[in-house]
Design a protein around this ligand. Structure first.
Ligand SMILES: Cc1ncc(COP(=O)(O)O)c(C=O)c1O
Length: 366
């Protein structure tokens, strides 16, 4: 208890981000679902052409360049896009814009009980009541749990994290259709890696209550730039803008605006790298399965894998860390038997698999 902090800050349990190594430290970093490949060469060009003098001025509040580039990438109008400082900020504004404070009503936002761990943190921080809906035993989300259930909003990551599982678009549509009075937020941070999945953006024209959130951190290799955006009906975008302008009206800096738009417009590079990540994920998943791991089918740039006994997820996480290979371990009920492993480059994957093989042998021998 700190006497200078308010009750909220004293009681809150903040989100815990994955470890970031110090500059120059050599690690194989498979713990925060970053992209192993560099950003589009068009980003470098945009950076080189950027005039430092531009920084004298405040950035465009709406990040219009990004809105226009994202509109082309998504096949919607710029008016349907809202841009933020990473999708985390967009999500934080979603919590503040669409869902009532808990003291105003009994209704709760429905979120899967295993999902992006920022959702319950935002709920707590912004005093929004949330109800955590259990997943099925195989970690899938049951759409029926979100239909005909009282709520003031619904937040679902698709593919879900850390489970990596993709829900079919037809199930998302059922949820959106069944909840016309609530905003249904679909967080598609990883959707570019879900082969055969058509983004829920394709439903935007049809449903005024659907908001899709995307990020440039994963599929565009720009986690360090901090750019994310939401796509939805104009009234939803207007609501987010009102919230933003009551908090920080310049969230995306000038340099981020030019680099992000260059990345969004380079569709060939996006497609090429996305397919490269998918190919390595498939190889990594196959090799892990051969070593005795079990995992759901991944539609993400990571796998959610359970090591073969007697090796435990915790031991494997610690031993790999000691060797400079970082993966994500969650010491939480239900998921503590699994590791979330991001897709690295081909050579990082080789090194990772070879160390895992040694760990399995050591565990069996002991
Ligand atoms: C499901 C999900 N949504 C959103 C984010 C946040 O991404 P950003 O880097 O755009 O803030 C993450 C980050 O890992 C994530 O896993």
């Amino acid at each position: 208890m700190n006497k200078y902090w308010n009750n909220k800050i004293n009681s809150i349990e903040p989100y815990v981000a994955g470890e970031q190594p110090r500059a120059g430290e050599r690690v194989i970093k498979l713990n925060t679902n970053e992209n192993p490949y560099p950003p589009s060469p068009m980003c470098r060009k945009a950076m080189e052409e950027f005039s430092l003098d531009t920084l004298r001025l405040y950035p465009n509040t709406d990040a219009v360049m990004i809105k226009e580039a994202a509109a082309i990438a998504e096949g919607v109008a710029p008016e349907n896009i809202f841009v933020g400082n990473g999708s985390d900020e967009v999500l934080a504004l979603v919590w503040q814009t669409f869902w009532e404070k808990e003291y105003d009503q009994d209704k709760a936002v429905l979120i899967p009980d295993i999902s992006y761990s920022f959702y319950p943190v935002y709920s707590d921080f912004y005093s929004v009541r949330c109800r955590r809906v259990p997943l099925k035993d195989n970690f899938e989300i049951d759409p029926g749990d979100y239909i005909g259930k009282d709520n003031c909003g619904i937040a679902i990551a698709n593919p879900n994290a850390p489970t990596s599982i993709t829900m079919p678009l037809s199930d998302i549509e059922k949820i959106v259709m069944a909840n016309p009075d609530s905003v249904v937020m679909i967080d598609e941070a990883y959707a570019a890696f879900a082969e055969g999945y058509e983004s829920a953006v394709s439903l935007i024209g049809k449903y005024k209550n659907l908001l899709v959130v995307k990020t440039l951190s994963k599929a565009y290799s720009l986690a360090g730039l901090r750019v994310g955006y939401a796509i939805g009906d104009r009234t939803l975008i207007e609501g987010l803008t009102r919230a933003r302008d009551s908090f920080n009206s310049y969230p995306v800096d000038c340099l981020a605006q030019v680099i992000a738009s260059a990345a969004l417009l380079d569709r060939d590079y996006f497609e090429d790298r996305r397919m490269a990540v998918i190919a390595t994920r498939e190889r990594m998943a196959a090799e892990l399965k051969e070593l005795g791991f079990t995992m759901p089918e991944s539609g993400s740039n990571f796998v959610f894998a359970k090591p073969p006994a007697p090796l435990t997820a915790e031991t494997l996480y610690k031993n790999l860390k000691a060797k400079g290979i970082l993966v994500r371990y969650f010491d939480k009920p239900v998921i503590r038997d699994y590791l979330r492993i991001s897709v690295g480059t081909e050579s990082e994957t080789d090194e990772f698999i070879s160390e895992v093989r040694k760990e399995i042998c050591d565990a069996k021998g002991s």
